[in-house]
Write a protein that binds this ligand. Structure first.
Ligand code: IPM
Ligand code: MN
Length: 358
């Protein structure tokens, strides 16, 4: 009997539903080709649901989500909802509640895609950021005093636990070993200023490194990382960093790989349920116009299948993405692709259907 997976789908806000529809199309075609079955359950959460009901992530939804094999998320963010409410109540809550302690973000420039970095090509831009995803400044530790007065005080604390830091670093070493490219892991920190938090990170990093003599280790401050990502992106293989720095450097990473329309990420709990998403936002102004690029959402399905162990199917999706970016799309930007959102999904699907490469 063929394998069966239950996928929970949260299309979310804005263009989320449009790109997720293309990801599902691609997943179905690859499942047929590779002989496994996917069952999708949709959850209508997001800005519209919140506006209509006041509900963000009802407790009764957490149970079926936890029981699923993966969560597929479109985008969260609604122009009528104050920033922070949906992000914290839905996206961050899912990451934290399901202990998805790894945020894996590949930065890979595919052939045919324009990078703003002069004289750099696909052979230079191919690395992965392993971002800690459940601690740091994101835990919401802090508060304010005398808000709105001349004496106000705001405190926001970065929490770094030995356990949380070490499991993230260990994951990055393992990932770097299995990736088997430069076999180099760079710790991105700020040991010259954040002398408590990154002291812990640095000690854990070099202690765990003892177990991985085959992996070269390197360290750079986060500001220098930004500089090197532009000047010498070929130096990087795998970068491991905390939640906040990982958030920031992966937007830079998305730009050097061609833009938000093609950058995907995975929120991984290696022992539990993981969640996959295009890393761009909900792009409300493009909603319903079928001009947004679905490649990021499609590449997120590749990460999903890799995490579930369906490696052939994942590779087939990547081959399809490579082909479409190289041969078909005029540009990766919304409205400039030369195809509609649906047509881009069809192009990837057609490649998968006609592929004899199995
Ligand atoms: C991301 C996003 C989120 C983050 C926001 C929407 C809370 O920017 O996934 O990178 O900061 O993690
Ligand atoms: Mn971000």
């Amino acid at each position: 009997m063929s394998k069966e997976y239950n996928i929970a789908v949260i299309p979310g806000d804005g263009t989320g539903p449009e790109v997720v529809a293309e990801g599902i199309k691609v997943l179905n075609s690859v499942a047929e080709k590779c002989d496994f079955k996917l069952n999708f359950t949709h959850y209508g959460l997001g800005g519209e649901h919140y506006k209509a009901t006041g509900e963000i992530l009802p407790e009764e939804v957490l149970e079926p989500l936890a029981a699923s094999d993966a969560i597929y998320l479109g985008a969260i963010g609604h122009p009528d909802v104050k920033p922070g409410i949906l992000e914290k109540g839905l996206l961050l809550k899912l990451r934290f509640d399901f202990d998805q302690y790894i945020n894996l973000r590949p930065v890979k420039l595919y052939e045919g895609v324009m990078t703003p970095i002069k004289d750099k090509g696909p052979e230079d831009i191919d690395f992965v950021v392993v971002r800690e995803n459940t601690e740091g400044l994101y835990v919401g530790a802090g508060g304010c005093l005398k808000r709105g007065t001349a004496d106000e005080v705001a405190v926001q604390t970065s929490i770094n636990t030995r356990k949380g830091v070490e499991r993230c670093i260990r994951y990055a070493f393992e990932f770097c070993r299995n990736r088997n490219k430069q076999k180099k892991l760079t710790l991105c920190g700020k040991t010259n200023v954040l002398t408590f938090a990154f002291d812990l990170w640095e000690r854990a990093f070099y202690e765990v490194a003892q177990e991985y003599p085959d992996i070269e280790t390197d360290y750079a401050h986060v500001d220098a990382i930004c500089m090197w990502m532009v000047k010498n992106p070929e130096w990087f293989d795998v970068i491991v960093t905390d939640n906040m720095f990982g958030d920031i450097i992966t937007d830079l990473g998305a730009m050097i790989q061609g833009g938000m329309g093609i950058a995907a990420g995975a929120n991984i709990n290696p022992e539990g349920v993981s969640m996959f998403e295009p890393i761009g936002g909900s792009a409300p102004k493009y909603t319903g116009r079928q001009i947004i690029n679905p490649i990021a959402a499609i590449s997120a399905t590749q990460l999903m299948l890799e995490t579930m162990g369906e490696l052939k199917a994942a590779s087939l999706i990547e081959q399809g993405v490579i082909k479409v970016l190289r041969d078909d799309l005029k540009d990766v930007a919304a409205g400039k692709m030369g195809y509609t959102t649906q047509e881009v999904g069809d192009l990837v699907t057609d490649y998968i259907k006609t592929s004899i490469d199995l």
